[in-house]
Design a protein around this ligand. Structure first.
Ligand SMILES: Cc1ncc(COP(=O)(O)O)c(C=O)c1O
Length: 386
């Protein structure tokens, strides 16, 4: 089944809802049964049948089927946020006394979970530069149970070689998780390389309209069953049926949207790369990127998120440049229709810039669906004022 067929039809049973083309929102928290014995039997199958919406809800099931198929995995779970999906995946993979290897600079709240929260359970984490497989190999200990990847990460866009990491992990019986929010299943399928759990912040491209916060985890039936029966049901960080329906609507156009992002951003990057006031561009599909070859090998395209360092002499100059851009909203996140920017200097009070390894000249941009000429003109006028 190709992606658009999955998106248009998989998991939809139109005859069950009067042949409506669009599935209804099953806004019901509970499901009833004919007899007490039916109730008893269905209680044993909470992952299979609608019983209570914290477990299974038909609208969410339609979405789960599509997401699992798009990510080439057997099943998927949908959560109330990407962080909830990541936390469930991680917590299911480790126990007290284990060791985790994680790439440097993961998404901030993933970093907090691994570096800080897991300490409570005596779990040690090594953060490594994931660009070289030797770094993974050198970090493995006898108690390493998990390798956590984000390829690329969403600030400086370093990649990890999915095949090499997966082969190494399998040799040592270590579980692997990859955050695939940046590429979406349209541009990268970590499960094809043997990655065990693929996570997403669906608040980005999957939702696609900056109106839903949600998360996804895709894996084998066995792993999904284990996470469902433990972290998913106990923590209960579910998505509402209405938000699941918005995600179904969002993914109808996911391939078109992300391909448009890829094309527009390539033109913008081309122009920026020649600009004298651009010191550095971080974008996996930029031909001058040191990991361009790996990007071409494991990604089918690149989204609209990139970062660059500008030739500013002060933080004030960075702020003026950002404030002067007319077509960018100053906000976190990405993956919607609108262009966004987020400078690293906003992460710290000026007295604390040295607390980050990121340059204060670094600005992250997301290119929305404006015409490339509009975005380029905007950058041009903002650079001219510098
Ligand atoms: C790469 C990445 N992963 C995970 C998350 C967390 O997702 P959410 O905000 O949906 O909880 C984010 C959020 O910005 C992210 O950028």
């Amino acid at each position: 089944m190709d992606n658009q067929e999955i998106i248009n039809h998989l998991g939809e049973d139109r005859s069950a809802y009067q042949n409506a083309v669009v599935p209804p929102i099953h806004q019901s928290s509970i499901y009833c049964f004919e007899t007490v014995n039916d109730l008893r039997q269905n209680l044993k199958k909470e992952l299979e049948v609608p019983f209570y919406t914290r477990g299974v809800n038909p609208t969410v099931v339609t979405l789960r089927k599509k997401l699992a198929a798009l990510e080439h995995t057997e099943d998927a779970l949908v959560f109330g946020s990407g962080s909830a999906a990541i936390a469930a995946a991680v917590m299911n993979s480790v126990r007290s006394g284990d060791h985790v290897i994680c790439v440097q600079k993961p998404y901030s709240w993933t970093g907090k979970l691994l570096d800080d929260y897991l300490k409570k359970f005596d779990i040690e984490v090594s953060f490594i530069d994931g660009r070289k497989i030797e770094h993974f190999n050198n970090a493995i200990q006898s108690n390493t149970k998990l390798i956590y990847l984000e390829t690329p990460n969403s600030v400086t866009f370093e990649l990890q070689d999915l095949q090499a990491v997966s082969d190494l992990a399998k040799k040592h019986q270590i579980r692997t998780i990859c955050d695939n929010s940046y590429s979406t299943p349209v541009f990268q399928n970590p499960a094809d390389y043997g990655i065990d759990i693929v996570c997403h912040s669906a608040s980005k491209y999957i939702g696609g309209h900056s109106d839903v916060v949600a998360g996804v985890l895709c894996a084998s039936k066995e792993i999904v069953h284990s996470i469902f029966s433990n972290e998913f049901m106990t923590i209960g960080s579910i998505i509402s049926p209405h938000d699941a329906w918005l995600l179904i609507r969002g993914i109808r156009t996911l391939p078109m949207r992300i391909k448009q992002s890829h094309e527009t951003t390539a033109q913008v990057i081309n122009w920026l790369a020649k600009h004298p006031k651009v010191e550095k561009i971080n974008y996996p599909f930029h031909p001058e990127s040191e990991q361009f070859e790996l990007a071409q090998k494991q990604m089918r395209g690149c989204g609209g998120l990139f970062s660059m360092e500008i030739a500013a002499n002060s933080v004030e100059e960075v702020e003026d440049f950002c404030n002067g851009l007319k077509h960018f909203l100053i906000a976190c996140s990405w993956g919607g229709y609108e262009s966004l920017l987020f400078p690293t200097c906003a992460l710290f009070d000026s007295a604390n810039y040295n607390k980050t390894t990121l340059s204060w000249k670094l600005i992250r941009f997301y290119i929305g669906f404006e015409e490339p000429e509009t975005i380029i003109e905007d950058f041009k006028q903002a650079f001219e004022k510098m």
